[in-house]
Design a protein around this ligand. Structure first.
Ligand SMILES: [Zn+2]
Length: 144
């Protein structure tokens, strides 16, 4: 960690949360991944799940998957890196809702900085169960 006022070094840059908040990972999705906090909204859960994909945190992904649609395991493509998340639209999914959707584009890249890029578009449905938001699945995966 750099003291305040110094130029960010490579470690500090790498420390930025993959979810796109611009905050350091530890105080952002890291708190959710470590179980110290829970997502308050569907969008927050979406962002933390993207960060979990980027960091290959299968345990968190499974834990936040609704039991009715949860896969037995999560496989990560070793050649694919998740580099950026754009949340396009959220509907409901707030503190007082029991359901919500998040439309997003997740950008990925193969190999290094010059690798082929691609994107995944999805409208995800989230439900709140016992006060906890969970991912149910895509509403419509063919949005192109
Ligand atoms: Zn984050």
């Amino acid at each position: 960690m750099s003291p305040p006022g110094t130029t960010p070094d490579a470690d500090a840059v790498d420390d930025t949360c993959p979810c796109g908040s611009g905050s350091p990972y530890d105080g952002c999705c890291g708190r959710l991944h470590r179980g110290e906090a829970q997502a308050a909204t569907a969008e927050q859960l979406m962002r933390s799940r993207f960060a979990a994909f980027a960091r290959e945190d299968a345990a968190y992904l499974l834990d936040t998957w609704h039991p009715s649609t949860r896969p037995r395991r999560v496989r990560f493509d070793p050649a694919r890196r998740w580099v950026r998340l754009d949340v396009l639209l959220t509907e409901a999914g707030g503190m007082l809702d029991s359901e919500g959707t998040v439309s997003f584009v997740a950008h990925h890249r193969r190999g290094g900085a010059t690798g082929e890029t691609g994107e995944l578009k999805e409208v995800s449905l989230f439900v709140r169960d016992d006060g906890r938001w969970r991912y149910l699945g895509p509403v419509d995966a063919s949005l192109d």
